[in-house]
Structures are given as structure tokens and as C-alpha cells.
Design a protein around this ligand. Structure first.
Ligand SMILES: Nc1ncnc2c1ncn2[C@@H]1O[C@H](COP(=O)(O)OP(=O)(O)O)[C@@H](O)[C@H]1O
Ligand SMILES: [Mg+2]
Length: 249
């Protein structure tokens, strides 16, 4: 059994648009999956099925063998989702309150909340910012705060939708380091991007979507030379490298 199993998943929007079409995908515990595809390919829609924000029209999504629709509370604790717009995920007056929000909603005891929030902030290097107002943080810090807000619940799977949008170089580096650390701790990472350059070397699997379908699935080095036909830019160094090889031969 795989950690996440998606069988023959399809999704229509109310206007009749077929957003996902016959998706079959099994994701192993501890893997790092890069989900790539041009804008509108269906990446976000697929991610939203993983923690039951959208339920399947047809087909099935299972977590540890159990259909997502059967136990949404458990799925949402096990699969943490970092949305594309970090600002929309901010709910607290301070960094501390923001991270404490999920546990407070679950009515954890105060002592446990304090300990978990402190440990979570320490683990992502944000302890000194605990009393800061979230809206004053840098882009990279906001993104890490959003990660902390789900990490505090100790999810097994962390899903990140376009986590590098609008980040500068230092922000991108901070967020990449956080993601690499989470994977190093044994968590399963699923990350979408239309710009694969940033995470390409961290991922152990690359899935390409186009028009609501999975069109490529394999090791990043096998898949990456095929991506341009799907509107994804190849990492610069690989592109130049393959052209150099073509010239030389
Ligand atoms: N609520 C909606 N109603 C109708 N169509 C939608 C809705 N949300 C997304 N879509 C369409 O579904 C397709 C997939 O969108 P999305 O999953 O956001 O793609 P991606 O994340 O890869 O950019 C796109 O064609 C998009 O326009
Ligand atoms: Mg999207």
C-alpha cells in the first residue's frame, strides 16, 4: 500500500470544465514529488483533493488505504497544505498566535500548545520573531510562517502550492532550506511549480500535468528533457548543457 493512492480521479467544475481527467498516482511515504505543469494544467485542483478540500466527482483518493472522504478530520491533520497565497493563510495577530491557531481550534491543552508552538518555531528558525506581527514579515518569512502553521500539527505529508511565488533570492533560499529539512526529517513533500529550476535537484520524482492529465511521471532526470512541450521551462544549465552536447556530437 502506498501512503497516497489516487485511482481514476476526475473532476468537473460547475460550468462543465473537465479539470482533472483519469488521474492515477501512487505516492510513497517519504518521497519528494515535484508536480509541474503550465498554468491551468490542474495542479492546484489535484492538490485540493489530497486533503479533501475538493471531493472526487469520480474515482478515489485514499490516505493509508482509507478514502479521504471517509475521515476528513484525520486527513487534514495528516496532510498539511500550504496555499499559494501566503497572506491568505495568516490568521494570528502575532507569529506565535498564528502558529497556535490550529492547535487552539483542536482544543489541545495550553501546556501542549505552548510547547509545540515553541518547538515548531525553533525548528524553522523563527523563535525570535514569535511576537512580531505577521504582516511585517518578509515574503520568505511569511511563507515559512504558513509552513509552521501546518507543521505544528505534525503532518506526515506537506503539500506546497507554488511556494516560491513572489519570493526574492534570500526568501527562496530560506523556503528551500525549510522544505529540504522537512524532507530530511522523513516527511513526504509534494510541491507544485511551473518553474522547476528551484526544486528540481531536491525532488526524487517528477510528475508533469497538462490539460488535467498526468502526461509524464518518473525520476526528474528522466522527465526533465521532455517538459518544454508542456509549457515548462527546462532548468537553464540542463538546457545549455544539452545544446552543448548536441553541438559537440
Ligand atoms: N472553480 C472553478 N470553476 C471553473 N473552472 C476552474 C475553477 N478552478 C479552476 N478552474 C479551471 O481548471 C483548470 C485547472 O486549474 P488549476 O488546478 O488551478 O491549474 P494549475 O494549478 O495547474 O494552474 C484551469 O483551466 C482553470 O481555469
Ligand atoms: Mg495552481
Amino acid at each position: 500500500m502506498s501512503l497516497i493512492e489516487i485511482d481514476n480521479l476526475a473532476c468537473h467544475f460547475s460550468d462543465g470544465t473537465l479539470a482533472l481527467n483519469a488521474i492515477n498516482l501512487y505516492i510513497e511515504a517519504g518521497s519528494f514529488v515535484l508536480l509541474a505543469g503550465r498554468n491551468g494544467a490542474g495542479k492546484t485542483t489535484l492538490l485540493r483533493h489530497l486533503n479533501g478540500l475538493i471531493l472526487p466527482d469520480s474515482g478515489e483518493v485514499r490516505l493509508e488505504g482509507v478514502p479521504v472522504a471517509q475521515d476528513l478530520a484525520r486527513v487534514r491533520q495528516r496532510v498539511g497544505m500550504v496555499f499559494q497565497d501566503a497572506d491568505s493563510q495568516i490568521v494570528g495577530e502575532t507569529v506565535y498566535d498564528d502558529v497556535a491557531f490550529g492547535p487552539e481550534n483542536l482544543c489541545w491543552p495550553d501546556k501542549k500548545i505552548k510547547a509545540r508552538v515553541a518547538a515548531t518555531l525553533a525548528s524553522i528558525g523563527m523563535s525570535e520573531l514569535a511576537e512580531n506581527r505577521p504582516h511585517t514579515l518578509s515574503g520568505g518569512e511569511k511563507r515559512r510562517l504558513a509552513i509552521a502553521g501546518i507543521l505544528v500539527m505534525d503532518p506526515e505529508v506537506i503539500v506546497l502550492d507554488e511556494p516560491f511565488t513572489n519570493l526574492d533570492y534570500p526568501g527562496t533560499a530560506q523556503v528551500l532550506k525549510t522544505i529540504a529539512d522537512l524532507h530530511g526529517d522523513g516527511r513526504t513533500i509534494i510541491i507544485t511549480t511551473h518553474d522547476i529550476e528551484k526544486v528540481f535537484t531536491l525532488a526524487d520524482r517528477m510528475v508533469v500535468m497538462d490539460q488535467g492529465r498526468v502526461v509524464r511521471d518518473g525520476s526528474p532526470l528522466d522527465v526533465v528533457y521532455d517538459v518544454e512541450q508542456y509549457g515548462i521551462r527546462m532548468p537553464c544549465a540542463l538546457k545549455v548543457g544539452s545544446e552543448v552536447t548536441a553541438w559537440a556530437s
